[in-house]
Design a protein around this ligand. Structure first.
Ligand code: RNT
Ligand code: ZN
Length: 412
């Protein structure tokens, strides 16, 4: 089938494929730098720890800022459209001596800002509350030790300054996400204390930090459990919802941070109603892991459908997964394209028509059409979108990654 024929077929169900292609081109996804080196960062060679874990030892990992920048550039060259980069504080670029987290500043992020400026792309940011000796007994901002709390409060304050600098320099709002691993492996005796200390520490950060609220968007991420913190996480879904709502910041939903049988997409409409904007970590949970490379599965489909129905402009869409067992560059490209594909599929679905069937109680027709529309000629529209963005719609990008792997990654 040609694009023209597909366009006609979609036209019959009231879908304008040109409009869909246009809208998809306007969506910038925040690509996570940390897929490039297994959440390693540039402070030490120790790798990810204290609440973050990767598995696998695939060769070719970026170990210097230049290598990571090269890999990101290469990945972006295979993804249609214009996107953003999501940086973590542990990716600061240090000169002779590593500046500790409570002292880092814009100096360590100038090279990234220059990199982004030269490419005309925006940056998002994250304080790094893990992979550090000051994660004491698994706790950061909720630690009973005031010295530990102070260290991490200072880190949060510095990071907000850095985010403000990024947003100002690049003329693009910067989302800064707070995720802390704080929690306990076994039944705690006190569930309230850590949460009170967490709220107090966060309040201190947001009160003391200097940043422009118009260009810096703080988001706060919840989690059900992690490996080693199976019994209690301080920043549970309820805690994060309550804190974010009362402090007028955004709550962030990570698709991998709920019970496996929970429908994360179902949460979006409530978030939108009460926060006005939804921050999202697109990920894929498998058993206990929350960070597999995203696939075009039902969960991603459902999330994309909600995003499109509620208006993509109301979302901060950031990817969050890390797989150290496969080619890291391929993982980036595949995940970004999968997200775009699901968004496009959602744009090619006649939601008004389906909504009317729901309201009229015509549930048989609703079910039948929801299923039949899944097999409409999406690929022709996707290929056209890619073509207009100078990309191939099929898997031919992978041969380029294989060549890059042979020439660049394996030569490291
Ligand atoms: C961890 C959270 C968090 C991290 C990143 C690296 O479970 O999902 O978002 O993945 O900050
Ligand atoms: Zn996340």
């Amino acid at each position: 089938m040609s694009y023209k024929e597909a366009q006609k077929k979609y036209g019959k169900i009231g879908i304008d494929t040109e409009k869909a292609i246009d809208s998809l081109g306007k969506i910038s996804i925040s690509m996570h730098c940390w897929q490039g080196d297994d959440v390693g960062g540039f402070e030490s060679v120790g790798g990810a720890s204290n609440g973050i874990q990767t598995t696998g030892n695939y060769p070719g990992k970026a170990t210097t800022p230049q290598q990571l920048m090269d890999d990101i550039d290469f990945a972006l060259s295979l993804i249609p459209g214009k996107h953003r980069l999501n940086l973590h504080a542990c990716y600061g670029i240090h000169k002779d001596k590593v500046v500790d987290r409570n002292k880092i500043g814009i100096e360590q992020f100038k090279p990234w800002v220059e990199w982004a400026k030269a490419r005309g792309i925006g940056l998002d940011f994250n304080p790094t509350f893990f992979s550090h000796a000051n994660v004491k007994d698994g706790l950061t901002l909720s630690s009973p030790d005031p010295k530990i709390r102070k260290f991490w409060i200072d880190h949060g304050i510095q990071c907000l300054k850095i985010a403000d600098y990024m947003a100002k320099e690049l003329g693009s709002p910067c989302a800064i996400n707070f995720w802390c691993p704080d929690g306990y492996k076994d039944e705690p005796s006190d569930r309230l204390g850590p949460r009170q200390r967490m709220a107090d520490s966060l309040d201190k950060i947001f009160k003391q930090a200097k940043y422009d609220k118009k260009r810096v968007l703080p988001t706060f991420e919840s989690k059900l459990f992690g490996i080693g913190v199976e019994s209690y996480t301080v920043n549970s879904h309820e805690f994060v919802m309550g804190y974010a709502q009362s402090r007028k910041i955004l709550a962030l939903l990570d698709m991998g941070h709920f019970h496996l049988s929970e429908n994360v997409a179902d949460k979006i409409s409530s978030f939108l109603m009460f926060f006005g904007k939804v921050a999202f970590h697109i990920s894929r949970p498998v058993r206990w892991d929350s960070d597999h490379v995203i696939r075009q599965n039902d969960d991603l489909r459902a999330a994309a459908q909600e995003i499109v129905k509620m208006g993509p402009e109301n979302f901060i869409i950031a990817l969050d997964y890390f797989d150290a067992s496969i080619c890291r560059v391929a993982a980036w490209v595949l995940g970004m394209r999968n997200m775009q594909k699901e968004l496009l599929k959602a744009m090619l679905t006649p939601h008004d028509k389906l909504r009317a069937l729901q309201d009229e109680g015509k549930f048989t027709a609703q079910l039948v059409l929801q299923e039949e529309y899944k097999n409409y000629p999406f690929d022709e529209v996707w290929t056209e979108f890619c073509k207009r963005n100078g990309q191939a719609g099929d898997e031919s990008w992978f041969a380029k990654v294989e060549k890059y792997e042979k020439d660049v990654l394996l030569a490291r």
